[in-house]
Design a binder for this molecule. Sequence first.
Ligand SMILES: Nc1ncnc2c1ncn2[C@@H]1O[C@H](COP(=O)(O)OP(=O)(O)O)[C@@H](O)[C@H]1O
Ligand SMILES: N[C@@H](CCC(=O)OP(=O)(O)O)C(=O)O
Length: 375
Amino acid sequence: MSEREAIAKARRIVVKAGSSSLTTPEGTIDAARIDALVDVLAARRDAGTEIVFVSSGAIAAGLGPLGLVRRPPDLATQQAAASVGQGLLFARYTSAFTRHRITVGQVLLTADDMMRRSHHRNAQRTLAQLLALGVLPIVNENDTVATDEIRFGDNDRLAALVAHLTRADALILLSDVDALYTGDPRRPGARRIEDVRGPADLAGVELGGSGRVGTGGMVTKVEAARIAGVPVVLTNAASAAQALAGDPAGTLFHPADGRRRSTRHLWLAHATTGAGRVMLDAGAVEAVVRRRKSLLPAGVTGVEGDFAAGDPVDLCDPAGRVVARGLVNYDAAEVPELMGRSTRWLARELGPEYEREIIHRDDLVVLADEGGRDE
Ligand SMILES: Nc1ncnc2c1ncn2[C@@H]1O[C@H](COP(=O)(O)OP(=O)(O)O)[C@@H](O)[C@H]1O
Ligand SMILES: N[C@@H](CCC(=O)OP(=O)(O)O)C(=O)O
């Protein structure tokens, strides 16, 4: 079965629509386009496929009501716009889907919900229960509380992680361009790309920035396709029906073979940046990278940055190369006192709570797997 056929037959699909497909240049909801898209999603739902809809547009839809003409640069005004726009957006979805007798449920996620184990399980359970109850979940980032440090910003990577979280069979990314091009299609000479089977198909492709109201441009869409682990179609909202039907619309990203990684690990590897750096000696690199062990204080030689317990941090080898990323169990200020010490010594001298590892192996992702990263 081809991947297009697999999309046509998929039992569960995540569909993501970008701000530019849902809002007008005046910063209001584009009711006609929303209704048209809802008709397409409802038709596929009625045919028996579970749909999880990831909708951007909260910030863009809040601009008009606040008298703003363009996306504000500061986070506080973006958060305020999202607060206004998300309510309007969801009200529109509720009435549009109700015409099809489909009940919708609003799910607002933060990056933490993808990363921290307890939050992650919670989000997974909620989405599974909504689907089990026949509800169509409509997901967005919880922009009103997301701060710059813990923010996805774009919904492309969020949609890819939601595809993992819900074990969807396919991901459809709807934008204001009908496909991926060899360069920004607003400039002459850009050619359309039908299929992306691996990094070689992206060699020389210029992944430009976003359009009028979107975030991330093509970079985050290609990143989303890389981490989704299922077939991904990138096209415009007007071609949503063809994309869902498995017809040749937009660009098809074929999933890479190989083991599927957990959503949390994908998030750590692809969607976070380290809040600081922890330097490892050669023995610790060997333990973490080769033997997939937890990072113990004994193998730490230094620390940089001002992170707090629970933050993602980069782990560097003695040459300064980032080899792994993980959720750290200590604040940056605590680490120097623990470095080079055995956990037994620390427990005896400082108390049993210091027996814990710097990073537990379940909270670690080895970036050397990805060919390493020099940062
Ligand atoms: N190589 C490329 N192929 C297609 N579109 C591109 C490319 N480089 C940049 N773009 C631009 O990316 C924009 C879509 O990204 P974005 O504005 O973030 O969309 P959305 O709001 O749908 O997420 C398009 O308007 C397009 O002009
Ligand atoms: N969560 C944000 C999404 C930000 C954004 O612009 O995303 P996108 O249009 O998908 O590139 C919102 O609803 O405004």
